[in-house]
Design a protein around this ligand. Structure first.
Ligand code: PLP
Length: 377
């Protein structure tokens, strides 16, 4: 008899717990020790020094690996950018990397740094234009995909792009922060590496900054481990414990936030003071067809362009009482910001573009707040 596979909504609750033996704690302990008792020639699986490895990371690294269907435990990092730095460093000097034009802005900064200091060619692509990406992957060492993208919410056709990249001999890494493993599992489409800003949905409460990289390839994992260990981008034990606690409710949070986002996107679309709404759930959205085919849901970030340009967008944000004006996303609380307030944001993101991270509040409270703000424009 084959064992029944657990649903992801059960895995988030059950993974990474100590064995259920009498007297065992239900939650894994936090171990605060920088070093371990050890003599002689160390064995390969022995804990020795906390920068190299520590048991407080393991339950979280194991739990997300189960969710992403990685054959090996993940590697937790001190931030999403630390994980991304490790993966991007796989590009050799003088090599070529393909990146989405609207990838997370700090990822684009890192790619630019590779270009300037290591002679790497950076090919920017519209990641929702599959043909364009399939052409750009030829001769690339690493194809970096983010989907949906932050902040423009373009949806990449992962199975097709990954196949094209592999046929061209390139590695593929996917930033799966916006989708979460409940909505999309890039390793199942053949991706070599998946990264997360754990800061966002996985931890989910806007109280920790953490990152994670996952792969089923042991040689790749070894290289990423080497980077984490020797560049020292390691996570503190308390933060990882908090991330695991946050992960327990991931399925409930994602389900509620996605429902809210879908309903709000629909209502926003028919408000007189709205110029444009982007959410892959909308049948007219450019990402709708691909998202429906490859994702289990549409995520809970909405792009909104209200009437009145950047001034209108700022006025709307100022008028809101339930929504919190703040950067970041993926927390239980609804937040929003006009992205171009950052000079580092891509100039192809419209000046009036508001990125809304929909939380788990009651949808009518979120809508009433938005409606009064929009009515006042
Ligand atoms: C926030 C974010 C990052 C960076 O993660 P940090 O935890 O802030 O370092 C990377 N990618 C995406 C898609 C993000 O939203």
């Amino acid at each position: 008899m084959t064992e029944r596979e657990l649903d992801p909504s059960t895995i988030v609750v059950s993974a990474g717990r100590p064995d259920a033996t009498p007297g065992a704690p239900v939650n894994p302990p936090v171990v605060l020790s920088s070093t371990y008792v050890s003599t002689g020639t160390p064995s390969s699986d022995e804990l020795l020094y906390t920068r190299w490895d520590t048991e407080t990371w393991h339950p979280f690294e194991q739990a997300v690996a189960e969710l992403e269907r990685a054959d090996l435990p993940g590697l937790v990092f001190s931030s999403g950018m630390a994980a991304i730095s490790a993966v991007i460093s796989l590009v050799p000097d003088g090599g070529t990397i393909v990146v989405p034009r609207h990838a997370y802005h700090a990822t684009l900064i890192l790619a630019e740094e590779l270009a300037q200091r290591h002679g790497v060619t950076v090919r920017q692509v519209d990641v929702d234009d599959t043909e364009q990406v399939a052409t750009a992957v030829v001769g690339a060492d690493l194809v970096w995909i983010e989907s949906p993208t932050n902040p423009m919410l373009e949806v990449a056709d992962l199975p097709v792009i990954i196949e094209a990249a592999h046929a061209a001999g390139a590695l593929v890494a996917v930033d799966n922060t916006f989708a979460t493993p409940l909505v999309q599992r890039p390793l199942e489409f053949g991706a070599d590496v998946v990264v997360h800003s754990v800061t966002k949905y996985l931890a989910g409460h806007s109280d920790v900054v953490l990152g994670l990289a996952l792969t089923s390839d042991s040689a790749l994992r070894e290289r990423l481990w080497h980077h984490r260990t020797h560049h020292g981008a390691i996570a503190g034990p308390w933060e990882v414990w908090l991330a695991l606690r946050g992960l327990r409710t991931l399925a409930l949070r994602v389900e509620r936030a996605q429902e809210n986002a879908r309903e709000l996107a629909l209502r926003l679309q028919s408000h007189a003071n709205v110029v444009e709404v982007r959410h892959p759930s909308l049948p007219g959205d450019a990402g709708h067809e691909v998202a429906t085919r490859i994702m289990r849901g549409y995520g809970s970030v909405i792009g909104l362009r209200p009437r009145g340009g950047a001034t209108g967008a700022d006025a709307l944000i100022d008028a809101l009482k339930v929504w919190i004006p703040a950067t970041s996303l993926g927390g239980v609380e609804s937040t929003l910001e006009r992205r171009r307030r950052f000079t580092s944001e891509s100039p192809t993101v419209p000046e009036d573009f508001i990125r809304m991270s929909v939380g788990i509040e009651h949808v009518e409270d979120l809508w009433a707040d938005l409606a009064q703000g929009l009515d006042g424009l």
